[in-house]
Design a protein around this ligand. Structure first.
Ligand SMILES: [Zn+2]
Length: 491
């Protein structure tokens, strides 16, 4: 398992190394060498870009002269020096000297009011059929995933360029209905959010088949798209001793692997404290003395979801706050800390639900028992782990806007969400321990093998006969994923 150093608590593109090769430090892939574009590459690049048959990624017309190409190369160099973006010569490492076959790169592009990363690849027609374009783009993606978690990357393709559209889909880009008037010709914009995928179980007991399927899906989405995959144990409360170790063993037994050390939320108190101090210092939080019963009983704003906080403690005077604290002390609780919500709603992007807007209320940051709220911890830890893709059960879709909004206050870019259907029992209720043999260990105890259990999960995803994760990874197609709940029998 490769390991990587821990990241800063607040991931930000500002302090990252430029993701492209620096002069003298080439990027190597299995078959390719990516080096900084040099003035001596002018002749090759002019030839490449004046060939209308070259594997064009976008609607740029072919160049006709070395002078035009030299001007473009100056722009590339300026972008590289400005940090974060630039272009690389793609070569085959020959016996004597590398043989250039194309160019790949990225630049910041304003797209409908947002700065996105635009990826580019152009491989000479004689070579692109061998998968070099994919290999070069994959190398770039590994770099930008690391440097810009949460940032949106796009590939702009000529609408008629079917091979490039298929290539971008295989790298996890999915086509949007966006258009950029500046491009002129008919084009398709495909997007992919940078960053690692993750799974984050709560160690309250053994994972059941529904949890295992969600973990497998999170792993499939990430690995298929060349992402890192990280693991986090959400052990702030409801911890059953030994459960985390058993969960991780079960995931490993099925073939789910992850990069770097497992992150335990119980080790993150300093990071949460720092973020809470930041939000409090900016005047964004206030103490709340309400009990759950009082919140449910209070009249709520029109259209507010059930249980939404009615704002009772928002604007209390000093005397009222003293009285509230005294009342909390009697109940042996501390006041909860809430975040002021000035935006009534926030929008996130979900792979299946599309643009999803949800109500944002005055979210709890620390609870009355002093525990940091899940909604805050999840955002801080995803940023810390460089996560840009959150695959999880669709019961959490409605909390995604709230989490993304908390992130926005902390300068954390929202990840892409992939909310997947839950597992239900025969009665249509959420799968639970009482539903029979529903954990890996229970299935093994009654004589099934690990391959049988993977087979069960694979069948639920539409791939009967598949019995290992590497095999499933080879055939998994997100577009064909069943969108209804998985009905599981533990009998
Ligand atoms: Zn209150």
């Amino acid at each position: 398992m490769p390991t990587s150093p821990p990241r800063p608590a607040r991931a930000s593109a500002d302090n990252q190394q430029p993701p492209l090769p620096r002069p003298g430090a080439p990027l190597r892939t299995e078959r390719l060498l990516l080096t900084t574009v040099a003035a001596s590459d002018l002749e090759f690049l002019t030839r490449l870009h004046s060939d209308p048959a070259a594997f064009a990624h976008d609607t740029t017309p072919p160049l006709t002269s070395p002078a035009q190409m030299a001007h473009v190369m100056e722009q590339w160099e300026e972008r590289r020096l400005a940090g974060g973006c630039g272009y690389a010569l793609v070569s085959l490492p020959g016996a004597d000297a590398p043989v250039p076959i194309g160019v790949a790169g990225l630049k910041t592009l304003p797209l409908n009011g947002e700065d996105v990363l635009n990826l580019y690849v152009r491989i000479s027609p004689a070579h692109w059929r061998r998968g070099y374009a994919r290999e070069a783009l994959r190398a770039l993606l590994a770099q930008v995933d690391e440097a810009f978690p949460g940032k949106r990357a796009v590939i702009v393709t000529d609408a008629g360029n079917a091979p490039m559209r298929a290539l971008s889909a295989s790298l996890g880009f999915h086509e949007t209905d966006e258009q950029e008037p500046g491009f002129g010709a008919p084009h398709v914009i495909a997007q992919r959010f940078c960053g690692a995928g993750r799974y984050a179980p709560s160690p309250s007991g053994d994972l059941h088949l529904g949890n295992l399927r969600t973990a497998v899906l999170a792993w499939l989405f990430a690995r298929r798209e060349g992402r890192r995959f990280v693991m986090r144990v959400e052990d702030l409360d409801r911890v059953k001793p030994g459960a985390a170790e058993r969960q991780l063993e079960d995931l490993s037994a099925l073939g789910v692997d992850w990069d770097g050390p497992v992150l335990y939320q119980s080790s993150r108190a300093d990071a949460y404290r720092e973020v809470l101090a930041d939000l409090t210092g900016r005047g964004l939080c206030y103490e709340c003395y309400c009990t759950r019963a009082e919140i449910l009983a209070a009249p709520s704003a029109p259209h507010a979801p059930p249980g939404a906080y009615p704002g009772t403690c928002r604007e209390l005077g000093a005397a009222q706050r003293e009285a509230g604290r005294a009342r909390m002390a009697e109940l042996r609780r501390t006041p909860a800390l809430r975040l002021w919500a000035d935006d009534p709603a926030h929008t996130v992007y979900d792979r299946f639900a599309g643009r999803y807007t949800g109500q944002v209320d005055d979210t709890v940051l620390t609870r009355g028992d002093g525990v940091v709220a899940y909604n805050l911890a999840v955002v801080v830890d995803d940023a810390f782990q460089g996560v840009g893709q959150v695959t999880r059960g669709d019961d959490l879709l409605s909390s995604a806007p709230r989490q993304a909004w908390i992130g926005s206050l902390l300068g954390i870019a929202a990840p892409e969400y992939v909310h997947v259907p839950l597992a239900l029992n025969g009665e249509g209720k959420r799968l639970a321990k009482r539903d029979g043999a529903v954990t890996l260990r229970e299935r093994l105890a009654r004589g099934e093998s690990r391959a049988d259990v993977i087979g069960l999960i694979a069948t639920s995803l539409g791939y009967p006969g598949v019995r290992s994760l590497p095999e499933l990874l080879g055939v998994f197609d997100p577009a064909a994923m069943p969108r209804e709940p998985w009905i599981v029998s533990g009998e």
